[in-house]
Design a binder for this molecule. Structure first.
Ligand code: FUB
Length: 445
């Protein structure tokens, strides 16, 4: 555990992440709200940290917000801190309670909603708002919180008629309130949402699909723990009909999500604790989501692979596989930057990684980052399945040990175009249980 906790973290103003799950590895991020503005994908998560020595922090230690955008189809750009807890005009200082935010566009203005502990102690969390002409800020923060409503996890919906609704979680239930045109004041009473199941709920995220209102939320089943669930209604304020789970419990302390349609595909963003091994230090993830013909949502299976397509020139973290057989993954050691590797590669074990974008026959060479403590065997890269077209082959070489890393390179045997699934097949003598440790692959032109 200690090893995992020391895994991170230096925070730069702008950095780039990777295209698999978890989405970023340089800081802990939770509660991802994804939004598409003018065709570009943005993420507005919260930020978990390890408290500094001597700092009295609540169980979730959350001092500020970062935000991210998707660049070049496969990397996440971090814009740094967009709001610090001690810049909240109405907030209690050093309360480390900057929980799940949201951002929405109305007209030409972006409105960023966030919960924080108020200095007047009038509620556990109040909700503040900031405005900007850009989805990436800087935001101008309102001097006071939104009066007449309290709670956590604001989730926003702007209906087709331009009316705005804010959903919040408060007191284990979910509420909704209409906002005035200025988006900074409530319009009418806070409404308790009817038709939802029993059990603790939080993280309401609304969206509209085929003229139905979908309210998705984190829901704690007594014997299962956190799930992601949804309910539907013909009216934004309900009553809603509980319609089932979008994601089962994934052995996490919390789960919190958002749903977005990006380039014609539905994506569920959520969090887990892949890097830290501790459920208060979370990391954003994403997987594709599908609707059935009747409008119900197919349950999403969490994957390591995630959603994006690495291109020629990108590092492919094969330990974030689509499928694995006869091999394992573990944290890398030795002279390697932190990350994961494929290891314990038995004779004929294989790892599949779907969706590599080869462009128009752009790749001519392939690099592999390996560590190897023996000299016998090879590994192949094939298309589609373990017996598919062979596109590259590496004899293994002794690198100095199972934690001593080296980059090796070979020419591609075939021309490859378009988006392809690749499969790495490990070969040696029958009975071999450790052929090579593989960290990443990189196709080059
Ligand atoms: O991240 C802090 C809190 O944990 C969020 O507000 C909840 O939804 C849960 O994820």
């Amino acid at each position: 555990m200690k090893l995992k906790l020391t895994f991170l973290i230096t925070c730069f103003t702008i950095v780039y992440g990777v295209s698999q799950n978890p989405l970023v590895t340089h800081i802990y991020t939770a509660d991802p709200t994804a939004r598409v503005f003018d065709g570009k994908l943005y993420l507005y998560p919260s930020h978990d940290i390890v408290p500094d020595n001597g700092v009295e922090a609540p169980r979730f230690c959350m001092p500020d917000y970062h935000m991210f955008s998707l660049e070049n189809g496969n990397t996440w750009k971090d814009y740094g801190v967009i709001l610090d807890q001690n810049e909240v005009p109405w907030g209690k200082k050093n309360s480390y309670g900057m929980w799940a935010p949201d951002c929405i566009k109305k007209g030409n203005t972006y409105y960023y909603y966030y919960p924080a502990a108020p200095s007047d102690d009038s509620a556990f969390r109040r909700i503040g708002v900031g405005t900007s002409k850009s989805p990436t800020g800087p935001f101008k923060w309102e001097k006071d919180y939104i009066k007449g409503v309290s709670g956590i996890d604001p989730g926003l919906l702007i209906d087709d008629d331009g009316k705005a609704y804010m959903y919040v979680a408060s007191g284990k239930t979910l509420q909704v309130v209409r906002l005035k045109d200025n988006m900074k004041e409530i319009d009418g009473e806070v409404i308790q949402i009817e038709g939802l199941p029993k059990g603790y709920m939080e993280g309401p995220f609304p969206f509209k699909y085929n003229d139905m209102y979908y309210l998705t939320f984190a829901h704690v089943f007594p014997d299962e723990g956190y799930t992601i669930a949804y309910a539907v209604s013909k009216n934004p304020t309900g009553p809603f009909v509980y319609s089932g789970k979008i994601m089962d419990n994934i052995d996490n302390g919390t789960n919190h999500h958002s749903v977005v349609n990006y380039n014609g595909k539905w994506i569920l963003f959520y969090h887990w604790w892949d890097i830290s091994g501790y459920n208060k230090l979370r990391s954003m993830r994403a997987d594709y989501m599908e609707f059935k013909k009747d409008g119900s949502i197919k349950k999403v299976k969490p994957t390591l692979r995630g959603i994006l397509n690495p291109k020629v020139g990108d590092t492919i973290q094969v330990d974030r596989y689509s499928d694995i057989s006869g091999a394992k993954t573990a944290f890398v050691g030795g002279n390697e930057p932190k990350g994961w590797m494929v290891c314990d590669t038995k004779m004929m074990s294989n790892v599949r990684f779907n969706g590599v974008d080869f462009g128009n026959d752009e790749a001519k060479k392939l690099q592999a980052r390996i560590a190897c403590g023996q000299r016998i065997g090879s590994f192949e890269v094939r298309l589609n399945n373990p017996k598919g077209k062979l596109i590259a082959e590496f004899p293994v070489e002794f690198t100095g040990g199972w934690n001593t890393w080296k980059t090796i390179e070979t020419d591609l045997l075939e021309s490859v175009s378009g988006i392809q699934d690749i499969v790495m097949v490990f070969k040696s003598e029958w009975g071999a249980t450790k052929i090579v440790n593989l960290n990443w692959l990189l196709f080059k032109n």
